[in-house]
Design a protein around this ligand. Structure first.
Ligand SMILES: Cc1ncc(COP(=O)(O)O)c(C=O)c1O
Length: 291
């Protein structure tokens, strides 16, 4: 029998074909919503606290309360994860401001949020797969100003990825006022002369959970890792370029704007990050915790 995915909707686990949301939901009408994507390996949540903290920050930034406490989230995620045949999953959480039965830009701040969760199979991170690398292009960052909020307003990201696909690339590295911000779905690192560099956090960048894991892995591998503004020239002069995200881990960019980066193989800095990065993931699984 074919597996029917389940969806967690407002605290209840339902088959996806039975999950219903109002057309007046503000997430649908206005993108008035935030989201998280959380990795689950062997049915255990990894980096949970970092994701929950970021969800709280996103909700606060759009003047919403978190509808659940940590324990309720863990119960609901556990129910969803238990229902999926794959033990490794990425869990998508979306919290919208809710439904008012009409369409007014100005929300009633007291309505009940809508909470949707579903999960999809997630191949566990492997350095061997990641070594295949990615190709990326650079382009102007056309997104809104508040990219530190993990908002579901992703139309610009969608258009940027369609553009990348047209150019046979898998990711877009974005530039705002001549400075690198991030990828359309990832954070960006550059290696040069044995050092790692990444743009500092501000409202143009999402504070990636994997970005923090890169800092920790770099410290363990004794690679200096600094936050500094970076330009397109820094990309051109880079020995290595890497992207980080929950679903992709740390991936080397082997082609940028149709030209090879370094000698179009994963470079030595990326390789040195792999052991501590994989070790941290394994430990997080064994102990169920992580920084
Ligand atoms: C715009 C953007 N930046 C960065 C990231 C990386 O964040 P994380 O490592 O928490 O997945 C993502 C992930 O989806 C993203 O969409």
């Amino acid at each position: 029998m074919k597996f029917e995915p389940y969806v967690h909707l407002n605290g209840a686990l339902v088959p996806s074909s039975e999950a219903r949301i109002s057309v007046f939901d503000r997430g649908f009408l206005f993108g008035d919503a935030v989201y998280e994507v959380i990795p689950v390996y062997q049915r255990r949540i990894v980096y949970w606290h970092a994701h929950l903290e970021r969800l709280n920050r996103s909700l606060q930034s759009i003047r919403m309360r978190n509808p659940y406490d940590a324990e309720q989230w863990e119960t609901f995620i556990g129910e969803l994860v238990a229902h999926h045949p794959e033990s490794n999953q990425s869990v998508y959480i979306q919290v919208t401001r809710g439904t008012e039965g009409n369409r007014h830009h100005l929300p009633d701040m007291d309505i009940c949020p809508t909470v949707v969760m579903f999960s999809a199979p997630l191949p566990p991170f492997s350095a061997e797969n990641a070594a295949k690398g990615l190709s990326a292009i650079t382009t102007e960052d056309i997104r809104w100003q508040y990219c530190h909020i993990k908002s579901t307003n992703l139309l610009a990201n969608v258009l940027l990825l369609i553009h990348a696909h047209d150019e046979q690339a898998e990711e877009v590295i974005l530039l705002r006022n001549g400075k690198i911000t991030e990828g359309a779905t990832s954070n960006v690192f550059i290696a040069r002369n044995g050092k790692l560099m990444t743009p500092p956090l501000n409202d143009s960048i999402l504070a990636g959970v994997t970005r923090q894991a890169v800092f920790r892995s770099a410290a363990k591998a004794h690679i200096p890792c600094i936050e500094q503004e970076l330009s397109q020239k820094d990309l051109i002069d880079a020995d290595e370029i890497m992207l980080s995200s929950t679903t992709r881990g740390i991936r080397p960019v082997l082609y940028l704007d149709g030209r090879s980066v370094g000698d179009h193989k994963p470079g030595p800095i990326w390789q040195r990050l792999m052991q501590p990065f994989e070790h941290e993931l394994t430990q997080a699984l064994e102990t169920g915790t992580c920084e």
